[in-house]
Design a protein around this ligand. Structure first.
Ligand code: ADP
Length: 266
């Protein structure tokens, strides 16, 4: 049966014998596929109406009805949030449907410059932003997906760090491996929350996260992108002191930086 999916486990039974336990997970996988398609379809269908609402809101001018100004502002803010949520859901469905990524040379000098610009734009001068580029390598992978992962970490660092704090984006060799880190001096995350923090919609403090405008999908996106690159995410955090999110790539994902930038295919 081509639709049959088995999950198999080998368990030691005695000195000479092993048990092979096979479980039929076809139905589970089918349901998972249905869930994924459903989320992707709903998100896609929401895109058009949202664009229309957004467009008309932008056309409204409250100058002759000044009492409408705050209401319009709030409607714009909320429709912006909904748009971001839909975009994040679509990104996540796209990532879940993939089991490999493109393998192009990702120019890290320009990636770091882009991340710095994004951090500065989000911070609007409220934080100190620094970049430490200490690895003379570029990565093999998908520029688009890696950028979406890294920029989620940068956005979080800005979002969860009060004014006056600092954000440091680092890129460095770590033994054989290569690490991109985003460090902040923000609120930090209580240790009890760390194991679940990359789950979809998981948030430490719902009220603060809502108020600050996140979608709850950022770290789920990061986790998926890293998995597709055989990389892992490490999180160190201390409440009241800040957090360090580090994306660690295996040695074979890196190659010497030769100045050609991105575009080359492995
Ligand atoms: P959100 O869109 O809510 O930021 P994420 O998946 O990106 O969703 O993050 C999940 C939760 O992890 C956030 O709601 C926040 O509570 C916590 N978090 C993420 N990054 C940081 C950070 N740099 N500092 C403190 N808390 C963070």
């Amino acid at each position: 049966d081509p639709a049959l999916r088995l999950s198999m486990r080998l368990i030691p039974y005695s000195q000479e014998l092993w048990l092979l336990v096979a479980r039929d997970v076809s139905k589970l996988m089918h349901l998972e596929q249905v869930r994924r398609d459903f989320v992707a379809n709903v998100s896609h269908e929401l895109r058009t109406p949202l664009t229309v609402v957004h467009g008309y809101l932008d056309m409204l001018d409250p100058s002759d009805q000044p009492e409408w100004a705050p209401i319009l502002e709030e409607m714009r803010r909320q429709s912006q949030r909904m748009t971001q949520l839909v975009e994040d859901l679509l990104t996540l469905s796209r990532l879940e449907a993939q089991d490999t990524v493109s393998d192009e040379s990702v120019g890290m000098a320009s990636m770091l410059a882009t991340l710095r610009r994004e951090a500065e734009a989000l911070s609007q001068g409220r934080h100190t932003v620094a970049v430490q580029d200490r690895a003379a390598v570029d990565l093999w992978g998908s520029t688009r997906e890696l950028h979406s992962a890294f920029s989620n970490l940068v956005a979080n660092a800005v979002r969860y760090t009060p004014a006056g704090g600092s954000i440091t984006i680092g890129f460095a060799q770590q033994g054989e491996e290569v690490a991109l880190s985003v460090e902040d001096t923000g609120y930090g995350i209580p240790a009890a929350h760390l194991p679940r923090i990359t789950e979809r919609f998981y948030r430490v403090s719902t009220s603060r996260s809502r108020e600050l405008g996140g979608t709850g999908l950022g770290l789920a996106i990061v986790k998926h992108v890293l998995q597709l690159h055989q990389a892992r995410l490490e999180i160190e955090s201390e409440v009241g002191r800040g957090s360090i999110f580090t994306c660690i790539f295996p040695a074979d994902r890196a190659h010497p930086r030769d100045g050609t930038g991105s575009g080359a295919i492995r």
